[in-house]
Write a protein that binds this ligand. Sequence first.
Ligand SMILES: [Zn+2]
Length: 260
Amino acid sequence: MNQWLEAATQLARQSGDAEAKQLATFLQERAVLGLPRAYNDLAYVPRADVNAAQAVYIVPMISIDYLTLPTDDYWRDFASPSSSVGRSVLAEFYVPTHAIYLPGEWPGAEIQSALLLLHEGQHAYDHMVRGAHMPKPFWRRERNAQLMELRILKTLGGEEFATYLDRLIPEVERQQDTAASIFTFTLPHQLRDDVLLDRILWPAATMPEQRDRQVDIERSAVAHYFERRYGSQGVRTYYGRYVRENYIANAHPQHLAGLE
Ligand SMILES: [Zn+2]
């Protein structure tokens, strides 16, 4: 758990992003190590300075959990390194127990782990601190969390990343205009530039790591396109719609149940 927290804190500092820094502090102050038990239940390692109501339970899922949880347990797949690779959902905040489930043996780069935790941390913050004042419906919160990640990527990648995203604009536009129903951007092979991204973002050594990084690039490309076209406020509306359509299309029913 501490590695995840350190990585998140380090990345938040490095990016200078005010929201990311606030979330890193929130997580450091309230993180309690959680251990998965069957059907959404948790055991945990108490922390003297955090009371149970304030705690954010960080639950890194590992192979042993895959063996011990019932086969129909919702979280079981998060514990399998092979099934976590290339999945659309790698981590998740579970509202009823204030638990953030993480892929404990995920081979992703440290920066990617940090992004995952900050993203889920934002969901925890929305529910536990903003409460009744959190953005609604849920896709606005998802949009905000994704846009925070994309801001961080842009600071990491700087000018070169922005130039690369500019190069992707015609393709984003083409796919948007020709989408049959839901528009989901897929980066074509000829526009990939792993050498550049290894250097300016983080190295992705294996195919699964490249695949996971590519998801970030695809989202960045879409948000960048909307930002160029509609400005810094417009991007919130248009990227919000993109998130709403794609998220509802892909989310597991348990995840959507009861969300408002
Ligand atoms: Zn999310």
